[in-house]
Design a protein around this ligand. Structure first.
Ligand code: SF4
Ligand code: SF4
Length: 301
């Protein structure tokens, strides 16, 4: 059985596909979206972090750490000296120290997923492999999906679509449903806001929608970033031309990710960006409906 790096397993998830699901978050992503709500999933390797507002400055962690890294050291300059042994997280009395990301075997993931099988059966749910970006741990993702399928569990993958087509094709072949994030059609702006241009993503989406008949698009709606008429029209036009993608979920931006970025010692450039109004969301929904899509709104992820 293969081992991968998992940073969260969320049970009773209702935002990552139909029914009640268990969402398995794999570490590592090839994009750096400035609005990311799971920034702790971006780096591939595990990370030691400090939740600032929980730290009472008692020094227990520094004393126990084999290389005596204090919370300040960890936030600033000395991260590379951290061996990720996890001792600080074990001794911290307030839970301020955390290790994000742990190695897991496929069978460990499977046993967590199987624990809620009755809820999937009752609700039409299943498992969703998310991230980060599952394509960065494609073989691990494939084994999770195959194992779940062999137990009759509905499988979904949540992807940003950035990566080699052959890798996406293989992962998609083990998934009953693909949740595909579409962020921006203007490639230069895509590069500016996510760290990569979108040609590979759009090409992958076109190919995927030819081979798979259950692709659900997920579009974050972010004022000032991708909510212009041009952008939304271009996305709706692309969506309407995809045979396997008949459904889209629009996700209104909100600032809930600010705290996570702070915990990782990162700036959050969209802290002044507002949540789109109900009227704005209604106009975007109407635009995608006019393009022939089944449209819903969801929770910004
Ligand atoms: S994970 Fe280990 S090495 Fe890293 S800061 Fe904590 S105790 Fe020190
Ligand atoms: S043990 Fe926890 S509360 Fe005490 S200094 Fe370290 S991080 Fe802060």
């Amino acid at each position: 059985m293969r081992t991968g790096t998992v940073f969260n397993i969320q049970r009773f998830s209702v935002h990552d596909g139909p029914g009640i699901r268990t969402t398995v978050f794999l570490k590592g992503c090839s994009l750096r979206c400035v609005w990311c709500h799971n920034p702790e999933g971006q780096e591939s390797r595990p990370q030691a972090v400090v939740v600032e507002n929980r730290c009472i400055g008692c020094g227990v962690c520094t004393e126990a750490c084999p290389v005596h890294l204090s919370p300040v050291d960890l936030r600033r300059s000395a991260k590379s000296e951290c061996a990720l042994c996890g001792v600080c997280a074990q001794v911290c009395p307030t839970g301020a120290r955390e290790i994000i990301g742990h190695p897991m075997h496929v069978d460990q993931v499977l046993s967590e997923v199987l624990a809620d099988r009755v809820f999937y059966e009752e609700s039409g749910g299943g498992v969703t492999v998310s991230g980060g970006e599952p394509l960065l741990q494609a073989e691990f993702a494939n084994e999770i999906l195959q194992s779940c399928r062999s137990h009759g569990i509905h499988t979904a993958v949540d992807t940003c679509g950035h990566g080699p087509w052959e890798t996406l094709q293989r992962v998609a072949s083990h998934a009953d449903l693909i949740l595909f994030d579409l962020k921006l059609m203007n490639s230069a702006r895509h590069d500016y806001y996510t760290g990569a241009s979108n040609e590979n993503i759009v090409s992958n989406l076109r190919s995927l929608a030819e081979m798979h008949d259950a692709v659900w698009l997920r579009v974050p709606v972010i004022p000032g970033v991708n909510d212009s008429e041009d952008e939304m029209d271009s996305m709706a036009e692309l969506a309407s031309a995809l045979p396997g993608a008949r459904r889209v979920t629009l996700l209104p931006y909100h600032r809930a990710g600010v705290g996570k970025h702070a915990r990782l010692g990162r700036a959050y450039p969209l802290s002044d960006t507002p949540t789109p109004s109900s009227d704005q969301m209604r106009r975007h929904v109407a635009r995608f409906r006019a393009a022939g899509m089944l449209v819903s709104t969801g929770v910004f992820r």
